[in-house]
Ligand binder design. Structure first.
Ligand code: IVH
Length: 740
């Protein structure tokens, strides 16, 4: 992937990708209702990872690159995993696989000839489950959740016959077995014919069946389980991955019969081809092959990145395809005004699922270009075209190709330049792939989407007031909810109406009272939730928490944002001036004077010092970039939007943020520099270990350095550290710290 973006463009794109990925995670993990295909999801994650690698300073502290899934759903008890449940790094090409093996050899400092064995096994398309056995009895079962906290589904897991309730005497006293819950194609088809609702695919059916509040329902569903990994364990199972899985089979777990071992990338790729050839006849969904380093002592040395082990790789299969007719292109308007085109298709079966909608992303995608303007297809997409639909394992797929020989429509699709919901102009800002409605809160589509966001789970989370009810109240003339403040005046307004809510269809006395009580309960709200709930573009859940911690309370935050407003305007003006200077320089064939142009706008006319201070303070917060800052300040400065914010605040008791807890590792929060030769660990291994302990690893020594680990041959860096009076230790002392 070539990256040709300015830092501001990259920041905007990173924020945009982070939002899309967070939404997709929520849809997939919490709602069991994915709206984009796995392949699209993977593409978003890859683009984000590439941008974060190119612009490491712009990587948000809460980047979805570091998250595994979504937080657990309400309704189940929560289980904190004693060892995190990890995700897998994905690969899509043979090269990715050879690179993976090469990276491992280099990390472990193994020569090209040294033996290095891998296991290969199908990647089951189900949902992962962790089973905790103590004294050989099944004690607890938990879903992955966000990797740290999952849902307690013990009663449900007990109903699955592949899961042993007790283990033989030679099993360790503490053993957490991890694996995948799935449903076979045959069982899925039977369930969809006879069951209460139809599921889009076996994975959703398995997830929906396991996450039933009533275990009797789970018991009636034909769920299966393959064991392939483990968490906490009192005695090691074996010295190898393959040996450990064989022991799990001895204990009575179902393990996948296609698992084998390979000694080089060539064998691994041929195992992949072999498994892919069997895919259609296995009787259950798999979406790739997982490779794992077989030697468990190597696994231990390789360790983990934030969410994935370094010793494993998921090599995905290509997606499934089908042809159908594109009947119409509809435009949906999102919370921030984004116009999203949706393909309405003549229904077609792709990989066993009937598909009638597909995402078309944005206007560039319809025109055949990606967001950098590069050609991605030989033609545009037109209404009436025969299109190829592409999906991989889940629900809303995408249009991947067009059959031009069957085209009858002479007119390319014209993307609307006005909002279909409110008629306001829809504009595309430079660097943004998305066209947005400028109607703001006057646009009913944006207003209703903003309200849905306001009541969503990570925001106000009001029981009995979900997306459906918001739509109803938004359209209601007697008891309307048109903006957030209206939610908190609902009960009082209802009391003054003649037609009371309790007398309506779908509401009784009890449900109306329950709704009012649920709203009342949320009147007192933590600052972070409020900030997130406002639905300001680029301000996600983690950014909201960061802002709340930074400012502490609401008056301090509003004061700072008000003060920063003139600087935010200057920031926008400076960006515009830089764009103009770039164009002028290109036309005149000279180098663009970026820094000078920017400085000129900032300094003339002079800005009140308080504005600059407030702006710098905001943009210096870790992970809050200029793009987010600008969006935030604008939301509080724009009069109509500010009035909406002020009205809801007047209804609330906003609670101040608490200070962040300290991490307990001797080097947490410190900046560490490694220099000289390390003999017992590779540099990559040392860096990974330090980062896992909460330290930042820097390449050079400065006043900000806290600790220098100097091996033999350390030169100028160690000297500089000495001059600065920074603590210097040798490799053995470092190993002692690393072992803590
Ligand atoms: S190993 C520490 N092996 O894929 C790594 N995972 O995309 C633990 N999955 O969360 C995972 N089949 O739910 C592993 N044979 C297999 C798998 C497998 C399916 C799932 C698992 C994981 C996800 C990552």
């Amino acid at each position: 992937m070539t990256i040709d973006l300015t830092p501001d463009e990259a920041a905007a794109r990173i924020a945009d990708l982070a939002t899309q990925i967070a939404q997709a995670n929520e849809d997939y993990h919490a709602k069991d209702a994915p709206r984009i295909s796995d392949a699209d999801y993977d593409a978003l994650k890859r683009e984000l990872a590439a941008l974060e690698a190119a612009f490491p300073d712009l990587k948000p502290a809460d980047s979805p690159s570091d998250l595994v899934g979504a937080a657990p759903a309400e309704g189940f008890g929560k289980v904190v995993h004693r060892q995190r449940m990890m995700s897998l790094e994905n690969a899509f090409s043979d090269n990715d696989v050879t690179d993976f093996v090469a990276r491992i050899r280099s990390f472990l400092n193994l020569s090209a000839e040294a033996p290095l064995r891998f296991t290969t096994e199908p990647k089951i398309d189900g949902l992962s489950l962790s089973l905790r056995y103590e004294n050989r009895a099944l004690l607890q079962a938990a879903t992955r959740g966000d990797g740290t906290v999952g849902e307690n589904v013990t009663a449900n897991a007990r109903t699955i016959s592949d899961i042993p309730k007790t283990l033989p005497a030679d099993a360790p006293a503490i053993l957490e077995v991890r694996g995948e819950v799935y449903m076979t194609h045959a069982d899925f088809a039977r369930l969809n014919e006879t069951g209460p609702r139809s599921f889009a695919n076996p994975r959703n059916a398995a997830a929906g069946s396991l996450r039933q509040i009533d275990p009797a329902i789970t018991a009636s569903r034909p769920l299966r389980f393959f064991a392939y990994a483990w968490g906490e364990i009192s005695v090691p199972l074996a010295e190898t991955q393959s040996g450990a899985v064989a022991r799990l089979a001895d204990f009575g777990f179902a393990t996948n019969p296609l698992m084998q071992t390979c000694d080089d990338p060539r064998q691994m790729l041929s195992a992949w081809t072999g498994i892919e050839q069997q895919r259609a006849t296995l009787g259950y969904d798999i979406d790739g092959v997982v490779y794992k380093v077989d030697d468990l002592s190597y696994q231990a040395r390789l360790g983990f990145r934030s969410t994935t082990p370094r010793w494993a790789l998921a090599h995905k299969f290509p997606a499934e395809l089908a042809w159908t007719r594109l009947e119409a292109i509809d435009i949906q308007v999102g919370r921030t005004g984004a116009l999203s085109p949706v393909a309405r298709l003549a229904p077609v079966t792709v990989g066993g699922v009937v598909v009638s909608n597909a995402t078309l992303h944005n206007e560039d995608y319809i025109a055949g270009r990606d967001s950098n303007g590069a050609q991605i297809r030989d033609t545009d997409i037109r209404v009436g075209d025969w299109v190829q639909v592409y999906r991989a394992g889940d629900v809303i797929p995408k249009v991947s190709a067009v059959d031009q020989s069957r085209r009858t429509n002479p007119d390319p699709y014209r993307f609307p330049d006005h909002c279909p919901a409110c008629g306001a102009e829809a504009i595309r800002e430079p660097g943004d792939s998305v066209r947005r409605c400028t109607g703001g809160l006057a646009c009913p589509a944006q207003a209703v989407e903003k309200l849905k966001h306001f009541v969503s789970r990570a925001a106000f989370d009001i029981e009995g007031l979900g997306a459906k009810q918001i739509e109803m109240f938004f359209a209601d003339d007697i008891l309307p909810i048109r903006e957030p403040a209206d939610i908190f005046t609902l009960a009082e307004r209802d009391g003054r109406n003649l037609a009371r809510l309790k007398n309506r269809d779908g509401f009784g006395e009890r449900s109306a009272e329950k709704l009012f009580a649920a709203i009342e309960e949320r009147r007192s709200v933590p600052l972070a939730r409020l900030i997130f709930a406002l639905g300001i573009r680029h301000v996600g859940e983690v950014a909201a928490a960061t802002l709340a911690r930074h400012y502490g309370d609401l008056p301090a935050m509003i004061g700072a944002l008000d003060a920063a407003a003139p600087a935010a305007e200057r920031h926008i003006a400076a960006d515009e001036a830089v764009t103009a200077e770039r164009a002028a320089a290109a036309a005149q064939g000279r180098r663009a004077r970026i820094a000078e142009t920017r400085d000129a706008v900032w300094s003339d006319p002079p800005l009140p010092a308080a504005a600059r201070i407030a702006w710098d303070d905001l943009t210096n917060i870790n992970s809050i970039g200029a793009v987010l800052a600008q969006s935030l300040v604008t939301a509080f400065h724009q009069p109509a939007e500010r009035a909406v914010i002020d009205r809801v605040i007047a209804q609330l008791d906003v609670r101040s943020a608490e200070a962040a807890p300290a991490q307990d590792s001797p080097i947490a929060g410190q900046t560490v520099v490694f220099t000289g030769t390390l003999e017992k660990m590779t540099r990559a291994e040392a860096k990974a270990r330090a980062e896992a302990m909460g330290a930042k690893v820097a390449g050079s020594v400065s006043a900000k350095t806290d600790l220098v680990v100097a091996g033999p041959g350390a030169g100028s860096k160690a000297k500089k550290a000495e001059e600065l009076g920074i603590r210097i230790i040798d490799e053995d002392e470092w190993l002692a710290i690393a072992a803590t």
